[in-house]
Design a protein around this ligand. Structure first.
Ligand code: SF4
Length: 220
């Protein structure tokens, strides 16, 4: 299991392209940043890694987030690995740090997956359920079916390589009442389901869990 659940870990969330994204989900701010082309500079990246590498932190998990973090390009993540190697030490000083990339999956080409796998990245993706109805606030209009298929294909490619997949889902009025179906969908897709449910909150989630016969107290 990823060290994401270790109590002594520090999580550093970094947004190399701020909130810029290649999707514009209705419940997200990303569309506001659609015209930005900025990518975090190497100098800023190095400052973050140097700060995180200080011995005060026993374990550091870098979460590359967005927007869509893969819009930064693979050269950015090559620099990440190079600077971590430099500041944390060889093989990241015996596992003192790790990387998770939280992507919508649309840029997970074979080449990108090769790179992430070789670099030891954990891959997280966001999807709200098995079909367009459950993804009402993510994929809309023309092309929605294609985007859903691409996302699901990306998830399956990650799993087909034997890599762990973490998913984040927004539970909302279009999917919470399908609790049992959603549960089985995510069990097939994702191998760290329970932890994500634990990390969610809100009344829809409570209803969702009750639909599964789980009281909120049972899973904390
Ligand atoms: S994929 Fe994520 S970052 Fe992009 S618009 Fe949707 S919720 Fe926002």
């Amino acid at each position: 299991m990823s060290s994401i659940y270790r109590r002594d870990s520090v999580i550093v969330v970094v947004r190399p392209v701020d909130e810029r994204c290649n999707l514009s989900c209705e419940y997200c701010n990303a569309a506001v940043h659609a015209n930005s082309r900025a990518i975090m500079s190497r100098e800023t990246l190095e400052r973050i890694i140097v700060q995180a590498s200080k011995p005060d932190y026993r374990f550091v998990q870098f979460v590359w987030h967005g927007g869509e973090p893969l819009l930064a390009g693979l050269d950015f993540y090559k620099a990440v690995l190079e600077l971590q190697q430099q500041h944390f030490g060889g093989n990241f000083a015996a596992g003192r740090c790790e990387n998770v990339i939280q992507t919508n999956g649309l840029l997970l080409s074979t080449n990108t997956l090769d790179f992430l796998e070789k670099g030891g990245f954990w891959i997280g993706t966001s999807i709200d359920g098995p079909d367009l109805s459950a993804n009402r606030y993510r994929f809309q209009g023309r092309g929605a079916e294609t985007v859903l298929k691409k996302t699901l294909d990306a998830c399956r490619s990650v799993r087909a390589r034997g890599l762990s997949l973490l998913t984040i889902s927004v539970i909302h009025d279009a999917n919470f009442y399908r609790a049992e179906e959603m549960y089985h969908f995510f069990c097939k897709l994702d191998d760290i389901l329970a932890a994500q449910i634990r990390r969610s909150c809100g009344c829809f989630v409570k209803a969702f869990l009750e639909g599964l016969g789980l009281g909120v107290r049972n899973i904390q």
